[in-house]
Design a protein around this ligand. Structure first.
Ligand code: ATP
Length: 241
């Protein structure tokens, strides 16, 4: 049985249909990357799964229960953790204090402060620094660590490489690879297709709020994803590169 099952989901921002009739499943232990152009609806979809934005139609089932109308704070308790775009840390709190906030969810599980600092070793030397004084890459690591402290069954990562230097992205992705090796279930929104392909089991491409392409990362050809990304018809793209 899938850990997450999304059916016919429609999410709006006012009159704008940001997500239009999207259905997909995520299996336990799987990493699914959502790709697509700016405004394709990836962030809105992730926020809907986290409960930060309620859908107008469709269903979201998580771990056997219908959570479609469950508010975000209760979804955290059920095991869904979102690392939002822009990180949203408490800037006047230290790294350790930000991490400990994740414990408020009181979910049982393997992640402890020591475990998180081990998984994200770049945080060890700065554990007492204020969040506002950190680099973008360090802040991103804290945001991931804070989500892990909730002991999530499903980790939602939104544009974690946005605005980071390539070296910082390498560090963040090294941490994600460790989480994947530990069988964490992950939904990842990523603009960088190569990064997405490097970690994902499956790729889902959104185009103008609709699911344009879905397949195993190993089997999808890069060109095919790019075509879906830009909404180019295969016949129209011959000779265009
Ligand atoms: P990006 O990579 O730019 O974040 P995305 O694929 O994540 O793109 P969304 O951020 O989900 O796409 O946006 C989908 C659509 O919804 C876009 O047209 C966007 O302008 C619109 N949108 C997103 N957030 C809001 C909001 N809070 N209010 C109104 N419209 C919004």
């Amino acid at each position: 049985m899938s850990m997450l099952s999304v059916r016919d989901l429609e999410v709006r921002h006012g009159l704008l249909h940001a997500v239009r009739g999207v259905s997909f499943d995520v299996a336990r232990g799987e990493t699914v990357a959502f790709v697509g152009a700016n405004g394709a609806g990836k962030t809105t979809l992730l926020r809907a799964v986290a409960g930060a934005h309620l859908p107008v139609r469709g269903t979201i089932r998580f771990d056997g229960a219908d959570v479609t109308q469950v508010p975000s704070h209760r979804r955290v308790r059920q095991g869904i953790a979102l690392v939002p775009e822009g990180r949203r840390l408490f800037e006047e709190l230290s790294v350790t204090e930000n991490l400990l906030l994740g414990r408020a969810a009181r979910n049982p599980g393997a992640w402890t402060l020591d475990g998180v600092l081990e998984a994200l070793p770049q945080l060890q030397p700065i554990r007492n620094s204020l969040a506002k004084n950190l680099s973008g890459g360090q802040q991103q690591a804290v945001a991931i660590g804070r989500a892990l402290m909730t002991n999530p069954k499903l980790l939602l990562l939104d544009e974690i490489s946005l605005g980071l230097s390539p070296a910082a992205v390498d560090l963040v992705y090294a941490a994600i690879s460790k989480l994947i090796a530990a069988s964490t279930t992950i939904m990842l929104v990523e603009q960088n297709l190569d990064r997405a392909l490097s970690v994902a089991d499956r790729i889902i491409c959104l185009l103008e709020g609709r699911l344009a392409l879905e397949g195993e990362a190993k089997q999808l050809q890069r060109d095919r994803i790019t075509e879906a990304y830009f909404g180019l018809d295969r016949n129209q793209t011959e000779g265009v590169h």
